[in-house]
Every structure is written in structure tokens, then in C-alpha cells.
Design a protein around this ligand. Structure first.
Ligand code: IMP
Length: 425
């Protein structure tokens, strides 16, 4: 049994939900360690579609323990919506779903603040999911946050809320926005806390004990590394460490325990929200990818911007995540294109570079240099082994693996659990 991490190597929406679901089979515990209900992890099996925003996708396997660790921005409202949905769909959560007492709570005014800040930024907005993620993490860093465990202690909760609400009401008055009613918020949170009590644990020892006992633990990354607060396209990023490097702080378990990192990429790139995107294809190619790939946000329903696979970006993110192997999703979406391109370097200020720049201006001016591949017309959704793939698709996969310099171990050709092909058998 091993300890592994799944990380997104693009701007999120790589299909990590499906990959975690497939990989979960060989683990005992699945852990979310960063992000919050801004994520949208979609899993399809037996003709049924499940979208989870906060609860680890491992919950769809009845025998797995699932943990929402301390690094997650925890929205109790979304949590209970998901728990109720799961129960009505026949999945039990009692005794196998745990929430860290140290996870920070997304409060209703965090959502309000997220929306107000975006409005104020106008044309310069980040394009957030409006789920209150940025304000929740800001309060955590400013030491104005409320943790899940604090919801169980009315006196502590009252004290923490008083500090945070006073500051927020000051901000809201400058936006002429509605004030927070502290008493009613306190009441709501305390009663949610009581409902939450059976799920609340110190999750660090829970995970550490599982590892010490030799059980398999899978850390489920949310978002992608190009949205990482430190290594992504700042400020057009989310507010957490999205990949391997989020596991230590986000769980309290040393990253040294992680034996393997699987990076997930899509066969092309997408991004929701604003910010630079060098390989973006606003024309017919982008339209093909968006329509065929169903590229609309699982959380917000927003259309995703689409473009060619960018290996300059993937080199950057694969390195940050110390990636051992890559799984590619949505190869089927490329069917029907005459030509398929992959960016292998950028031209910036007249020079060719394989480095992914931090500078927004340089990244916005980067002209991708592409390798070009012949497309294929066949629908490959029914392929279950490499033998079922057209030779053009195999050439594309071999070239991507070689250029990425990391083993490409599997490729997914559709939404369902069974639509995945191992490339290394
Ligand atoms: P926030 O995480 O809601 O603050 O949004 C910050 C940026 O991250 C925006 O560009 C969002 O569209 C993007 N983002 C956040 N979560 C996801 C995700 O799960 N998939 C793709 N983009 C995301």
C-alpha cells in the first residue's frame, strides 16, 4: 500500500475527479488538503453523474475513508448539501468522512466579500468562482478566521466572530453593502457546528496513523498548479498551494511520506477566469474543444477558455510537483481535428525560451512555438487498449511523453470509469 498524491498540472479542470475515482480503488483513505468548494470534481459511472465540490471523490467508493484536512477552506453549507445528496443516492458517510477541527470556515460574508471585490476590480477582476475562497484564506493569514473546531465552542466562536465581523462591517459600509447581523450569524454557526460534531476530528493523527499502519493514502489535489498561489499566474490564481506542496501544511503530514506523484493533464488546455493563456485558441479550434469537451465550469457553469496543450507550462508544473508519471485525460476530444498542436517553447522578446515566466507582461506577450501532429477522425470513446487507438493518436501520445520527459502511464477517452487505457501494460 502506498502514499500518493494526484496533482493538476494545468489551470484546473484536468479531470482529476475521474482519475482520483479510478485510482481510489487501491487506497484506503482519500484526503483533500487545499482549496474548497471552488473545485468541481466530476465522476461518471453506471450512467450516473456525480459532481463533488468539497468532499473527496473517494466517498463514491463505499469502503474508503475520506478526510477534509486542515488546509481546506471549509464551507459547512456546501458540506451538508453534498452529504444529503450522497445519502439520497445511497452512499453512507457516517464513520468514514472526517473534517479537520483546524480547517478554516468559509463564512457567508466571505462569499459576499469575494463578489464585492471582484465588482470593484471591474475589468481587472480575477474571475473567481465567488465561493469566498480568497477572503477565507485572507482571514486565515490575517488571524481573523474561524476554524471548524471553533464552531463547537460558543464562547470562542463569539470572540472570533466579534473581531472579524467588526472589520467586515467596516469594509461593507465603504461598499454600501448590507451589514452582518452578528447574533444571527453566531446562532447559525453554532447550530451548524453541533450538526457537524460527529464528523469533526484531529485529522493529522488520523492520516498519520493510517500511513504508519501501512494503509494506502491518496492526497487529492484540487485546482491546478498554474492556479497555485506561489507558482501560478499570480494574481490570476486561487489562494492555496494546489499540488504536492500543499500536502504538508494542508494536512500536517510530512510531504516526505509521499512516495509517488501522479500529474494530470488534459490533451489540450483550458482556463476559467481571467489571466494570461499563451496557447488560447479563440477561433474554430477553441470552439471544437469547448463543444466536444463540454468545457463549462462544474462549479459556476462558465464557458472555459480553450487552447492547445502547453508543454512549457507542464514542464514548470511537473517540476513543482516532482511528478513521477502523467495521466492524460480527454484524448477523445481531439477526434475530428485535421491538425493537433503542442507548444514546446515560447518566443519572448525575440528569444526562444522553455521557461515559464513569472512576469504577467512577458507571459501575455509569449508567442508559443508549436510541434504539429496529424489528427484522426475516428471516435475513440470505445477504445479500451492501445490497440484500439488510431496510429495518429499513438504518435501524438508517444511524442507528448517524449517531450514531457515523464512517463505517460494512462490516457482517458471519455467520462466513465471504464474509459481509461493503460499505456504501460
Ligand atoms: P477562486 O479560487 O474562486 O478564488 O478563483 C480564483 C481563480 O481560480 C479563478 O480564475 C477561478 O476560475 C480559478 N479556479 C478556482 N477553482 C477552480 C477549479 O476547480 N477549476 C478551474 N479553475 C478554478
Amino acid at each position: 500500500m502506498s502514499v500518493e498524491c494526484v496533482a493538476g498540472l494545468q489551470w484546473g479542470d484536468e479531470g482529476k475527479g475521474k482519475i482520483v475515482d479510478v485510482l481510489s480503488e487501491k487506497f484506503d483513505m482519500v484526503v483533500r488538503f487545499a482549496g474548497g468548494a471552488n473545485a468541481g470534481h466530476t465522476v461518471v459511472f453506471e450512467g450516473q453523474k456525480y459532481i463533488l465540490h468539497l468532499i473527496p471523490t473517494g466517498i463514491l467508493h463505499p469502503d474508503k475513508t475520506c478526510v477534509i484536512a486542515n488546509g481546506v477552506a471549509f464551507d459547512p453549507r456546501v458540506f451538508f448539501e453534498e452529504v444529503e445528496n450522497l445519502h439520497s443516492q445511497g452512499f453512507e458517510t457516517a464513520g468514514r468522512l472526517f473534517v479537520s477541527d483546524r480547517a478554516h470556515v468559509v463564512l457567508p460574508f466571505h462569499r459576499q466579500l469575494d463578489t464585492l471585490r471582484e465588482k470593484a476590480l471591474a475589468a481587472d477582476k480575477i474571475g473567481t468562482t465567488a465561493r469566498g475562497i480568497g477572503p477565507c484564506y485572507s482571514d486565515k493569514a490575517a488571524r481573523l478566521g474561524v476554524r471548524v473546531g471553533d464552531m463547537l465552542e460558543p464562547n470562542t466562536l463569539r470572540k472570533l466572530l466579534r473581531l472579524s465581523v467588526a472589520e467586515k462591517n467596516f469594509i461593507f459600509s465603504s461598499y454600501s453593502s448590507e451589514r452582518i447581523d452578528e447574533d444571527s450569524l453566531l446562532e447559525t454557526l453554532a447550530s451548524l457546528g453541533e450538526k457537524l460534531r460527529p464528523y469533526v476530528r484531529q485529522t493529522r493523527p488520523l492520516i498519520a496513523e493510517a500511513i504508519a499502519a501501512g494503509r494506502g493514502v491518496l492526497f487529492e489535489g484540487a485546482q491546478g498548479s498554474l492556479l497555485d498561489i506561489d507558482h501560478g499566474t499570480y494574481p490570476y490564481v486561487t489562494s492555496s498551494s494546489t499540488g504536492l506542496n500543499g500536502v504538508g501544511p494542508g494536512t500536517g503530514v510530512s510531504a516526505r511520506k509521499i512516495e509517488r506523484v501522479t500529474g494530470v493533464i488534459k490533451s489540450y488546455c483550458t482556463r476559467v477566469g481571467d489571466g494570461p493563456f499563451p496557447t488560447e485558441q479563440p477561433g474554430p479550434v477553441g470552439e471544437h474543444l469547448q463543444a466536444r469537451g463540454g468545457e463549462f465550469g462544474a462549479t459556476t457553469g462558465r464557458p472555459r477558455r480553450c487552447g492547445w496543450l502547453d508543454l512549457v507550462a507542464v514542464h514548470h508544473t511537473a517540476s513543482i510537483n516532482d511528478t513521477d508519471s502523467i495521466i492524460m485525460t480527454k484524448l477523445d476530444v481531439l477526434s475530428g481535428l485535421e491538425e493537433i498542436k503542442v507548444a514546446t517553447s515560447y518566443e519572448i522578446e525575440g528569444k526562444t525560451t522553455e521557461e515559464f515566466p513569472a512576469s504577467l507582461e512577458l507571459l501575455a506577450s509569449a508567442k508559443p512555438k508549436y510541434e504539429s501532429f496529424e489528427g484522426w477522425q475516428e471516435d475513440i470513446g470505445g477504445a479500451r487498449s492501445v490497440r484500439d487507438l488510431p496510429s495518429a493518436a499513438l504518435k501524438y501520445l508517444e511524442a507528448v511523453e517524449k517531450m514531457a520527459g515523464i512517463p505517460l502511464v494512462s490516457v482517458s477517452v471519455g467520462k466513465s470509469r471504464e474509459q481509461i487505457i493503460s499505456l504501460k501494460e
